[in-house]
Design a protein around this ligand. Sequence first.
Ligand SMILES: *[C@@H]1O[C@H](CO)[C@@H](O)[C@H](O)[C@H]1NC(C)=O
Ligand SMILES: *[C@@H]1O[C@H](CO)[C@@H](O)[C@H](O)[C@H]1NC(C)=O
Ligand SMILES: *[C@@H]1O[C@H](CO)[C@@H](O)[C@H](O)[C@H]1NC(C)=O
Ligand SMILES: *[C@@H]1O[C@H](CO)[C@@H](O)[C@H](O)[C@H]1NC(C)=O
Ligand SMILES: *[C@@H]1O[C@H](CO)[C@@H](O)[C@H](O)[C@H]1NC(C)=O
Length: 370
Amino acid sequence: MEKLAMFLMLVSFATCIAQKPDVRPLNIGHRGSSGRLPEHTLAAYRLAIKEGADVIECDVSITKDLKLICRHESWLNHTTNLWEKQNLRSKLKTYNISEYHGVITDIFSVDLTLEEIKTIRVRQRYSFRDPNYNDMYTIPTLEEFIQVAKSAGRPVGIYPEVKNPEWVNSLDILRKANTTIEDLIVGVLHKNGYREKDSPCYVQSFSEGSIRSLATKTKLRLVMLIEIETPDPVIPEGKLKNLSAICYGIGVWKNMIIPTKNNYLQSTTNLVINAHKYNLKVHPYTFRNEDQYLAWNFTQDPYNEYQTFLNTHIDGYFTDFPGSLKKFLDMKYTKADPSPCPSSVPGTYKGGVSSLSLLFIAALSFKFFV
Ligand SMILES: *[C@@H]1O[C@H](CO)[C@@H](O)[C@H](O)[C@H]1NC(C)=O
Ligand SMILES: *[C@@H]1O[C@H](CO)[C@@H](O)[C@H](O)[C@H]1NC(C)=O
Ligand SMILES: *[C@@H]1O[C@H](CO)[C@@H](O)[C@H](O)[C@H]1NC(C)=O
Ligand SMILES: *[C@@H]1O[C@H](CO)[C@@H](O)[C@H](O)[C@H]1NC(C)=O
Ligand SMILES: *[C@@H]1O[C@H](CO)[C@@H](O)[C@H](O)[C@H]1NC(C)=O
């Protein structure tokens, strides 16, 4: 029994060594601390920073007067109190957004001025999240979001996403102004000092056309978002190689790294290994604490999910709960690294095995085998 316990300790120790990535993965506050406060509000971004996010994420939509705002969709009814504003109901319109979203009838930011948008208040997207903060906060602009990151008191990165660029760029408001959403976003970022490859900024999009357009306009890091929903998702290596010419990384649906079937985890794919071959960072989305987002294998414990993905050597997590991720990563990467993982330099893990750990393993093996 004693031998077995020691053997298990040895194995888990060796596992710790093998599996923790060198560099602490990024804690990306997805839409702010959106698990706790209504997404894409200054309050949610500030809370994410307070909870320890390294980077805050902002989806960028646009107004009729070409101001950039933080909203996941241009159609606003579901996540705001818009419908209660009788004067805005006349703005109801129908657009065919994309193959993915299809035709939508709603009230759209592209038909409202920023002034009109500032009269509405936002709500939680999901009914299972705390409704206590509904109808309190306004929709922020991209500039206001940037100011929150800049006034954090410590370095906090930003991660803007170009939303539905093909549809937005096809609208008269942009065509008449002879501009594109990419130009407008790059304009705001450059103006605010985010200009270089190492600026604390990652620009993301699901549209490859948009990423290619951005690559001609800015030196900022670009992240190609990819979601393949087939049971056996594969990004061909040729595609990764091609993207690596212009991208810093890829943002992928987490099931592309570990697919699930009937909510059970399947084998880990080669995605992270292949992406790293081409020097592409991998930031999977979206980590959420609630039961319905956790595979059965995680036994309803989000820390188990964070650990399982840490083992795959990802470079960052998009999470709705940056506070939970911070606590998890602190356990893995700070000096007070709890057993069974012995401590190393805070925040870093140097590959290989130190002489002290070799001695430790030798001592244990000796006891085990003798
Ligand atoms: C909407 O546009 C997409 C292409 O963006 C097209 O494939 C689809 O057929 C259109 N749907 C309708 C109802 O027009
Ligand atoms: C907007 O949302 C309200 C509920 O908040 C709903 O009653 C109304 O039907 C919605 N309008 C449209 C056009 O979807
Ligand atoms: C539109 O913008 C492009 C570059 O952004 C410029 O080359 C072109 O001359 C502009 N067209 C008009 C009509 O202003
Ligand atoms: C990547 O693919 C695009 C189009 O799909 C092509 O225009 C480009 O030349 C390719 N780049 C490389 C480095 O292969
Ligand atoms: C997840 O749980 C299922 C059912 O117990 C098991 O078959 C599968 O191997 C587990 N997956 C992993 C990656 O542990």
